[in-house]
Design a protein around this ligand. Sequence first.
Ligand code: ZN
Length: 416
Amino acid sequence: MFRRLFMVIILFAAPAMAQTTAIRAGNLIDPATGTVAKNQIVLVKDGKIAEVGANVKIPAGAQVIDLSNSWVLPGLMDAHTHLTLGASGALYLESEYLKESSAARALKGLRNAQDVLMAGFTAVKDVGNDANYVAVDIRRAIEKGLFPGPTVLTTGKIIAPFGGQSHGIPPELGPFWRFEYQDADTVDEVRKAVRQNIYYGANAIKLVADNSPYFYTEEEIRAAAEEAHRAGIRVAVHVLADAAARNVILGGADSVEHGFELSDDVLKLMKEKGTFLVGTDFPYEHLKIMGTAGGIIPPPEITSKAILDRLRRAHRIGVKMAFGSDVVLDLPGKTRADMMLDYLAVWTEAGIPPADILKCMTTNVAELFGWKGQRGTITTGEAADIIATPANPLENIQALRKVQFVLKDGRVVKKN
Ligand SMILES: [Zn+2]
């Protein structure tokens, strides 16, 4: 019985894996340089890019995909998502996990993962608030081929100084936030929390540095970075203001998440140390609905202005940036991907040219994830994560809202 089942799976899988796919790309964009190569052929075999060029010969029997009138580019990436969160109005993190089961969160997360893939996001990092390691299960289900989905990095439970991201909880209620956070208040506790996350399947680490009047020291951040880097994974740290940000940068974290209030001095320090900014540059319309997220961020008017100003300054100073959305809302009539793409308007308003935005959504994220040479460009040997749009995103970045074609690890998942 098992042998027969195995054969069926092999037969089902074989044609897709063995077949060569040839894409006729009328305009092939290289986001690393912002340049376009005309009339290229991209050959894809065994999920990887086998050859790229104008004079590449298409082998007999190859599946040919004609995108001669389209703009072909690597799949988009989002370095800051919460796939299993989705508030319908003002965000209170506690109510998300006190009122929804892990199963409900998993279903929501899987729906969001599939939705973002169909919109052209072929890789995302889930930075926690995922019930009981639910995003790890979603990632594994996608990796096993049970469902189509993007490549997912998952951080597991968020590591924070006592209290997680909850404010003003009476002592009688106990530390219930530990359902989604790990309290870690010394170097040793931070090390243990990182190891615990890795044990339960995290392949990235997320800390919250300054959500309370007390915040992580440089030594505590360094402990997290050492533990994570030894295991070959990256560290992202939620930090809003300068004092904690210095500790985060000097402690060796790979990315600062949010950083809404960072000064030019700290942005320059990030540039010098090569720390990425994942700015999660919220549109005002989203902030208005979210509110202060239970006291985590200042009121919408203040946050919105700070974000725009910091985004402009970070770009001018030349900090390495990776696109990260941090969408935590489910709004009627909008998909998760629609809401992620709402952020493009903020980047445009900050005066950032489309080519730079595209780089922050592709090659820069791949670099932050440690995927250089593996994913993020359309180059021989890299994973075949390829998308296409009818209009040129280098002219108008809003073209990314109409992705017509998605190839994920060499398989066609969308073709209009
Ligand atoms: Zn977040």
